[in-house]
Design a protein around this ligand. Structure first.
Ligand code: GCO
Length: 468
C-alpha cells in the first residue's frame, strides 16, 4: 500500500468498495451538449440554437452547432463507454429531431438516430437510460409562450409518447425532465439560459407547467408501458446551510431549500406545494397556476428519483450592513463562502453536502429509490503530448463524492447507482467549451477522444465492484 495515503483517502476507498451489489456505474450526456448536426434529418431550432445567437449570451460566442459531432460519431462513442466498462448510459433526446414543430407527427429520420443509438448500446451490453427533456424546447413552442404557458405541458406529454412508443420495447429506464429548476429559473427568471427571459412570475408558472408535463407524460407512459419500467424525474438539489442559528440566516436557508428542492419534491411526492413557499411567493404577488387535478398528475408515483449534485452553499439573511430586508421590504438572501476549494466553475467542493442531501431526501421522502444521475466537475485540464490528461483533481472529486454516496447509503438512503457527468468534454451551456466536465477529453479541432485519468479510475472502480 502507498504509505503516503492519508487515512481519510483510505476510508473513502473502503466506503466506495462497500457500495451495494447491483449498484449501477454509468455516465451521462445531453443531446444539445454533444450532438451537433443541428440542421440535418429534419431537426429545427430549439431555444438553445436561438439563444446561442444572442450576442454575449455564451462565452466566446460558442454554439452547439458542431459540439462533439456525436450525431455522426455515435458508434465510436458507444464503443468508448464499453471500453470503460460502464453499464449504464444516460442520454437525452432532442425534441426538435423527433417533432420539428413541437407538435404533430413523428419525424422518422430524427427518431432513427435514437433507434440506432439504443440498438448500439444494447449490442454492447450497456443499459440505455433516456432523458426526454434536457432543456432544448422547440423554438416554435417558445414562440407560443414557452413553459410559462400551460399548453407546453400537453405538448411535452405528446412528444414524450412519440419517443416512448418507439423505444419502450428496448429501454427500461425513463426520465421525463432534467433539472426543471434550471429550465424554469435559469431560463425564465435569471436569463442565464435559454430562452434568456427575466420574468420571475413567468418562471414560477414554468415550474408548475414543467411538473405538470412530467406528470402527464408519466401517467401516459405508465398506462402504455409494455412491461415493468422505471419512470422518474431528475432534480438538481443541494444542501442549504444556514450561516448561523440567527433567525434571518435560518430563514434564508429555508427559502433557498424551499425554492431549490421542496418546490419540486413536495408536489412530486406529497401532491402539494410547500405552504411556506406559497406564502413567500404570495408576498411577492405571485401565485402558482394550479388547476384541478394537476397535483394528482404531478404526484403520479415514480420508480426512481434522479439526483444531480455539484455543490452546496451557505446562506445568510443579513446584507453587508447587517440589514435583513432590502429597499422593497423583501428579505435578504445571500450566499457566503464555505471556504472550501473550488472547481473551474467556481463551485465549492462540498461532498458532505451530498451526503446530507441524500440522507435528508431519504428521510423526508421515504420509499423513493434514488440514482445519482449526474455528478462531476470542471477543472483546467492540461493535456500532455498524447492528449492525455492526468486529472488528479477530477479523480479526487469523484472519490470524495462516491464516498459521500456510500456514507448516505450507510445512513439508510436507498441509492441504486452513480452516473458521472460527463462522458465527453462538451458544450457547457452559457460557458461554452471553455469548461470541461468530461472523463474523456475532446480535442475540438480533430474531434479526437482521449480518456482521462478519471475515466480509467471509474473503469477500475466499476470493474472491481463487478468482481466483488
Ligand atoms: C446539469 C446539466 C448538465 C451540465 C452540468 C454541469 O444538469 O446541470 O444536466 O447539462 O452540463 O450540470 O454544469
Amino acid at each position: 500500500m502507498n504509505t503516503t495515503t492519508v487515512p481519510t483517502t483510505l476510508s473513502e476507498q473502503q466506503l466506495i468498495a462497500g457500495l451495494p451489489a447491483g449498484f449501477r456505474w454509468g455516465v451521462a450526456t445531453s443531446a444539445y451538449q454533444i450532438e451537433g448536426a443541428i440542421d440535418v434529418d429534419g431537426r429545427t431550432p430549439s431555444i438553445w440554437d436561438t439563444f446561442c445567437r444572442v450576442p454575449g449570451a455564451i462565452d466566446n460566442g460558442d454554439t452547439g452547432d458542431i459540439a462533439c459531432e456525436h450525431y455522426t460519431r455515435m458508434p465510436a462513442d458507444v464503443a468508448l463507454i464499453k471500453d470503460l466498462g460502464l453499464d449504464t448510459y444516460r442520454f437525452s433526446v432532442s425534441w426538435t429531431r423527433i417533432q420539428p414543430h413541437g407538435t404533430g407527427p413523428v419525424n422518422p429520420a430524427g427518431l432513427a438516430f435514437y433507434d440506432r443509438l439504443v440498438d448500439e448500446l444494447l449490442a454492447q451490453g450497456i443499459d440505455p437510460w433516456v432523458t426526454l427533456y434536457h432543456w432544448d424546447l422547440p423554438q416554435e413552442l417558445e414562440d407560443a409562450g414557452g413553459w410559462p404557458v400551460r399548453d407546453t405541458a400537453y405538448r411535452f406529454a405528446d412528444y414524450s409518447m412519440l419517443v416512448f412508443d418507439a423505444l419502450s420495447d428496448r429501454v427500461d429506464t425513463w426520465t421525463t425532465l432534467n433539472e426543471p429548476w434550471c429550465s424554469a429559473m435559469l431560463g425564465y427568471a435569471y436569463g442565464a439560459h435559454a430562452p434568456g427571459r427575466q420574468e420571475f412570475p413567468a418562471a414560477v408558472s414554468a415550474v408548475h407547467h414543467l411538473l405538470l408535463g412530467h406528470g402527464l407524460a408519466t401517467e401516459r407512459m405508465r398506462e402504455a408501458a409494455p412491461r415493468k419500467l422505471d419512470i422518474g424525474i431528475t432534480l438538481n438539489a443541494a444542501t442549504a446551510y444556514p450561516a448561523s442559528d440567527a433567525e434571518p440566516d435560518l430563514e434564508a436557508a429555508r427559502r433557498a431549500d424551499g425554492m431549490g428542492a421542496r418546490l419540486y419534491l413536495d408536489p412530486l411526492v406529497h401532491g402539494r406545494y410547500p405552504a411556506d413557499v406559497i406564502d413567500d411567493l404570495a408576498a411577492q404577488g405571485i401565485e402558482i397556476p394550479v388547476q384541478e387535478g394537476d397535483l394528482a398528475s404531478i404526484s403520479t408515483p415514480i420508480d426512481v428519483l434522479g439526483i444531480n449534485y455539484y455543490f452546496s452553499q451557505k446562506f445568510t439573511g443579513f446584507d453587508e450592513n447587517g440589514r435583513t430586508t432590502d429597499d422593497d421590504g423583501l428579505p435578504i438572501s445571500r450566499t457566503l463562502p464555505l471556504n472550501k476549494p473550488r472547481t473551474a466553475m467556481d463551485w465549492e467542493i462540498v461532498p458532505e453536502g451530498f451526503t446530507d442531501l441524500l440522507v435528508r431526501i431519504s428521510k423526508d421522502y421515504p420509499g423513493l429509490p434514488m440514482v445519482v444521475t449526474e455528478n462531476g466537475s470542471a477543472f483546467q485540464d492540461v493535456p500532455d503530448e498524447n492528449d492525455y490528461v492526468a486529472d488528479a483533481d477530477r479523480t479526487a472529486y469523484f472519490t470524495s463524492h462516491l464516498a459521500a454516496v456510500a456514507r448516505a447509503i450507510n445512513e439508510g438512503a436507498d441509492i441504486r447507482g452513480y452516473l458521472a457527468w460527463s462522458l465527453l468534454d462538451n458544450f457547457e451551456w452559457a460557458y461554452g467549451y471553455d469548461k470541461r466536465f468530461g472523463i474523456v477529453r475532446v480535442d475540438y479541432e480533430s474531434q479526437a477522444r482521449t480518456p482521462k485519468q478519471s475515466a480509467l479510475y471509474l473503469k477500475e472502480l466499476a470493474e472491481q465492484h463487478r468482481n466483488l
